[in-house]
Design a protein around this ligand. Structure first.
Ligand SMILES: C=C(OP(=O)(O)O)C(=O)O
Length: 287
């Protein structure tokens, strides 16, 4: 996923995201052929890549070709519950020819994520471990991985702003937008942001309660669509109303994704000069 945090407003963010998406399509077409440009549930491409870094390199190349170097950061939704087998993580879970050799422990996964964080402009990882792997979620979140240069890091420490600089660890399945699980995650520090799925929590009232819990803990809030979503745009209003600062609604293609982004454009237009695009403050708007 990409975060166009260097945009001046949502309209520009949308332009940056769309241009990057279309450059990504060209790059994938050139390298893997047109079949690889078929899109999945969330509007993303799924070329036959053989490593995590191969995928990230494609996105970096697209950002570069679109001319947005330094203005767009990266995020990953690992959705690790999907490839957790027992207590291990099967990195070949998508392959038909499984060798059985690519199982990783929770500690191995921490190593992998840490390495990615040091090599890429990665600012957020969602669901890096299984939904019940509280142990590694805690171990990883507590690391507070930071990718800013050391000189800048010291400056941020001195200015008291260091809390926003480390990698955001987002709880999706770990929390299930459930108040009891959020409470446990806050107490144990097993993540520091909430994926908010209104259709998962059930009612708008409960969704607002979950946002309050997250804000009280000074967490980030990422309002999210669902796989196979409809063309309902309500989550755009929810994200603005909750001052979430973050929304995840898929790639800028197909009606069910675009309807959310179009609603955000309309909201921004309605607010006019009073509208505030979260931009660099994407994590702190929630507190
Ligand atoms: C679409 C998502 O979730 P789900 O599969 O639970 O709908 C997501 O987390 O990006």
């Amino acid at each position: 996923m990409i975060l166009p945090i260097g945009a001046k407003n949502f309209e520009e963010a949308m332009q940056m995201g769309s241009e990057t998406y279309h450059h990504l399509k060209d790059i994938i077409w050139e390298k893997y052929g047109s079949d690889s440009c078929n899109i999945g549930d969330d509007g993303g491409f799924a070329p036959n890549i053989s490593s995590i870094t191969e995928g990230l390199d494609l996105v970096i190349a697209a950002i570069d070709r679109a001319g947005y170097n330094g203005r767009i950061k990266l995020a990953i939704d690992a959705a690790a519950t999907d490839f957790c087998v027992g207590k291990k993580y099967d990195l070949e879970f998508k392959s038909a020819k499984k060798s059985g050799q690519n199982f990783k422990t929770g500690d191995d996964m921490i190593e992998i994520y840490s390495q990615l964080c040091s090599e890429y402009p990665l600012v957020s990882i969602e669901q890096p471990f299984d939904k019940d792997d509280w142990e590694h979620s805690k171990k990883f979140t507590t690391l507070e991985l930071c990718q800013v240069p050391i000189v800048l890091f010291i400056f941020y420490l001195l200015s008291g702003a260091h809390a926003i600089m480390h990698l955001q660890v987002v709880g999706d399945d770990l929390l299930m937008s459930d108040p009891e699980r959020i409470k446990r995650a806050v107490n144990e520090y097993t993540c520091d942001a909430l994926t908010l799925k209104a259709s998962q929590v059930g009612t708008v009232t409960e969704a607002i309660e979950a946002v309050k819990q997250a804000k009280d803990a000074h967490w980030g809030v990422m309002v999210s669509h669902r796989s196979g979503d409809t063309d309902d745009s309500f989550i755009a209003d929810l994200a603005v109303g909750a001052a979430a600062g973050q929304i995840k609604a898929g790639a800028p293609c197909r009606g069910e994704c675009l309807t959310k982004y179009n609603q955000l454009l309309r909201i921004e237009e309605e607010f006019g000069s009073e509208g505030v695009y979260a931009g660099e403050n994407w994590r702190t708007t929630a507190s």
